[in-house]
Design a protein around this ligand. Structure first.
Ligand SMILES: C[S@@+](CC[C@H](N)C(=O)[O-])C[C@H]1O[C@@H](n2cnc3c(N)ncnc32)[C@H](O)[C@@H]1O
Length: 251
């Protein structure tokens, strides 16, 4: 059998194809890829451990959950707000946000993996939630209008994007002035061993694509965000989960 290519040998599009393949498998196999490094991880208990109240959420939503935090809880969502979830997966954060913003609000989930989108759309019907829409697209080129969103959330996704500067530029473009971004994501606070950095399985498992926390914050600032801050960090290895907030200036 051919040896898998190293991450540094792959183009950005080839990396995205690998990510799509990995999350298509997650959608079908009902296990979060970002949990692969944690052998005790069932996705229901992962959501509960991250502070989600999932009692009345069907297993078809939680079984493919692959987050590393709880950005919806952080976002202090208000009735009537328009929310965008970058890399919405099977839809857990979208559905919780939809409840929080109520019937006068609306939540858009964007994901590039067809199997995840199908699962999220089926879940919306199952839950009878109508103030949501799942759009297929790349978070590096969002299928969303300029200045149209109050809040952006994202859970363990931006680390998977090869061009993080583009993701933040796109987030800035679609947020309305004064809008906020709240993401949970994996960031580096130490050095990864070379074989981990070069492993595509480690990349799709939300490790090898992580960039240093300082670089992450700098890219947000370079995109135009202000009040960029880390609200919380968890984990004790070279790659940790961080909750990050940023604001698009009001004028
Ligand atoms: C680790 S999962 C997280 C899913 C969801 N946020 C959750 O918490 O369960 C990553 C998701 O991001 C999507 N994704 C990764 N890179 C993407 C990109 N460049 N554009 C759109 N979606 C992407 C994958 O298809 C997958 O559904």
């Amino acid at each position: 059998m051919d040896k898998p290519k190293q991450v540094s040998e792959l183009s950005d599009e080839e990396i995205k194809d690998e990510v799509r393949r990995a999350y298509a498998r997650v959608a079908m196999a009902r296990r979060g890829s970002c949990c692969d490094k944690d052998t005790s991880c069932s996705t229901d208990s992962l959501a509960a451990r991250l502070g989600y109240d999932v009692e009345d959420i069907p297993a078809s939503v939680t079984e493919s959950f692959a987050g590393c935090g709880n950005p919806t809880a952080l976002a202090s969502l208000q009735e009537g707000e328009i929310v965008l979830d970058l890399g919405s997966g099977a839809g857990l954060d979208v559905f919780l946000a939809a409840r929080a913003v109520g019937e006068t609000g609306f939540v858009i989930g964007v994901d590039m993996t067809s199997e995840m989108l199908q699962k999220a759309r089926d879940n919306a019907i199952k839950l009878g939630i109508t103030n949501v829409e799942f759009r297929q697209g790349d978070i590096e080129a969002l299928p969303v209008e300029d200045n149209s969103v109050d809040v952006i959330i994202s859970n363990c996704v931006i680390n998977l994007a090869p061009d993080k500067a583009k993701v933040f530029q796109e987030a800035f473009r679609v947020l309305r002035p004064g809008g906020r971004l709240l993401v949970s994501d994996m960031v580096l606070v130490g050095e990864l061993p070379e074989e981990i950095k070069e492993s595509i399985r480690s990349y799709t498992g939300c490790v090898a694509g992580a960039i240093p926390e300082t670089e992450y914050l700098q890219l947000l600032q370079e995109a135009g965000f202000e009040k960029v801050e880390v609200l919380e960090r968890s984990g004790s290895s070279a790659v940790i989960s961080a909750k990050i907030k940023a604001i698009k200036p009001a004028t």
